[in-house]
Design a protein around this ligand. Structure first.
Ligand code: MRU
Length: 481
């Protein structure tokens, strides 16, 4: 079945699924200007580090497709692009994907302006606009492959951490083990390894792919029936009810598909409930064995269920990974990392290389977004009728705390790299070295040279990175000129 599309895009038209209304309502918002994109991001109708960058980039692409720059000269188009991107940068500060995308888009526009000097051809406003639009569209398209790779590398990394079972497997318990026998080999599976269970936090499950012409989405349990757009789309994001994608959630999907997964746990993720509203919905929709817990239950879960369920890892996404591996992610991530350490559970960050910020040395330099007080003291949800049924057609906002109490609401926290075992990127895994350090030099060498070494340092870093792709071509690195 085709899944839900979080972002629907064709050149000149951008629609964004309002994630605040999920899982009960599916409403698309037409985003036609940078102001609308800014508001959509700020209000968290679209959220998650890569999606924020994509919506910002594409909103300006829509403006340019409609020639809103009103420019007569190519320099004016570039100046318009720069000004609009600077404006969008203020929408949410913590996720680095947005600033990386902005750097890339600005540099591509500048390159287009100066292209005439090398090609001898006159460059027009239309060329600069087109160059911007194509770059923005490539950011969207590249993210698809990125997510799939993270899922595969992460699942393989976790599988390799499992130790063989010392005593023979009780055959009645067969379903709790996975086989390492290569596909197609004769004979019974060896069943030496337990399937593993994982916990994830927040929501990391959106994904990007080439669009379908029509999507029908039906879930009887939720009494939801949706008929999505019949317009053939250039590129779309599919999410929140589809298969095989996302970053941390992508790894869970891959584990499930590879038959390594026993159970996934997801936290509610207060105060905005991305876990209960979005991740729980995705897991349930895809019938991945899963259980929702409140954030405060993680310690009890590890202490009581670690052995029974073989809870092997906490897997989270990232909004910004500093040069030393310190990672900013949704508030509550740090607490989970401390708990994981205490219980001997791996702590894994799943992040595209666009989320690595080499110019920020360590986590204490990361700016953390503080959000509104009423995110803690009030909540919106669907109406529960007197007979216990849920009326998804109506929602209400209710107060859940004293409305005069002072509130602290940082949206993210920083997990020190000492608590992180592995950072899984689309280029492979980066492990904490025996000295307790992370090194990204081998995985993003060009960016390392540009941002860290400035071309003079010949030091070897002893990194335990395993780069899987020799080339750095693609959106993430095109900015490294
Ligand atoms: O406030 P949000 O919902 O934008 O926070 C999202 C997260 O913290 C995610 O874990 C992170 O952006 C990674 S999404 C692949």
């Amino acid at each position: 079945m085709e899944g839900l599309q979080a972002i629907k895009y064709k050149r000149g038209k951008l629609e964004v699924l309002d994630q605040l209304k999920l899982p009960h309502e599916f409403v698309y918002e037409n985003v036609t200007t940078c102001e609308e994109a800014f508001d959509c991001i700020k209000a968290m109708r679209v959220r998650g580090a890569p999606a924020i960058a994509i919506v910002a980039a594409l909103a300006l692409a829509v403006e340019l497709d409609h020639k809103k720059d009103n420019a007569q000269r190519k320099e004016e188009t570039a100046a318009y692009i720069s000004k609009r991107l600077d404006f969008l940068m203020g929408s949410r500060p913590t996720a680095v994907d947005l600033s990386n995308a902005i750097k890339l888009l600005k540099s591509k526009a500048e390159e287009a302006v100066s292209a005439s000097s090398t090609s001898g051809q006159a460059v027009t406003c239309a060329d600069v606009r087109l160059c911007y639009i194509e770059t923005a569209e490539k950011i969207l398209a590249d993210d698809f492959d990125t997510n799939l790779s993270i899922g595969r590398y992460g699942a393989e990394y976790l599988r390799r951490q499992e130790m063989p079972i010392p005593k023979p497997v009780d055959e009645a318990e067969e379903f709790r083990y996975f086989t390492t026998s290569p596909p197609g080999t004769q004979g019974a599976p060896d069943m030496k390894y337990r399937k593993l269970s994982v916990l994830t936090h927040c929501n990391t499950g959106y994904v990007y792919g080439n669009g379908s012409s029509q999507t029908v989405f039906e879930d009887v349990n939720l009494e939801i029936r949706l008929v999505l757009s019949s317009i053939p789309l250039l590129t779309t994001t599919r999410s929140l009810a589809t298969s095989g994608h996302g970053t941390a959630l992508g790894i869970i999907r891959s584990l499930h598909k590879m038959n390594y997964l026993e159970h996934a746990y997801c936290t509610e993720t207060r105060p905005y409930n991305q876990g209960s509203r979005l991740t729980a919905f995705e897991l349930a929709f895809e019938k991945i064995p899963a259980t929702l817990i409140t954030d405060s239950m993680a310690g009890a879960l590890f202490s009581r269920m670690k052995n029974e369920k073989n809870i092997s890892a906490v897997i989270v996404g990232a909004d910004r990974v500093a040069r030393n591996g310190d990672t900013a992610n949704k508030i509550g991530t740090y607490t989970l990392a401390v708990l994981a350490k205490y219980h001997g559970i791996k702590f894994v960050v799943a992040a595209p290389t666009t989320s690595i910020d080499l110019s920020t040395e360590s986590g204490d330099k990361i700016k953390i977004e503080d959000r509104a007080k009423n995110e803690l003291t009030q909540i919106t949800g669907a109406i529960v009728n007197k007979d216990g049924t849920v009326d998804t057609s109506e929602s209400a906002r209710v107060a859940i705390a004293d409305q005069t109490i002072d509130v602290w609401n940082p949206s993210f926290d920083v997990t020190p790299h000492e608590l992180i075992d592995a950072i899984i990127t689309e280029k492979g895994e980066v492990l904490r070295s025996s000295k307790g350090e992370f090194h990204f030099k081998d995985i993003i060498p060009e960016r390392w040279r540009r941002d860290v070494q400035s071309g003079t340092d010949t030091e070897t870093n002893g990194s335990s990175a395993i780069p899987r792709t020799p080339s750095e071509e693609g959106t993430q690195f095109a900015m490294e000129v």
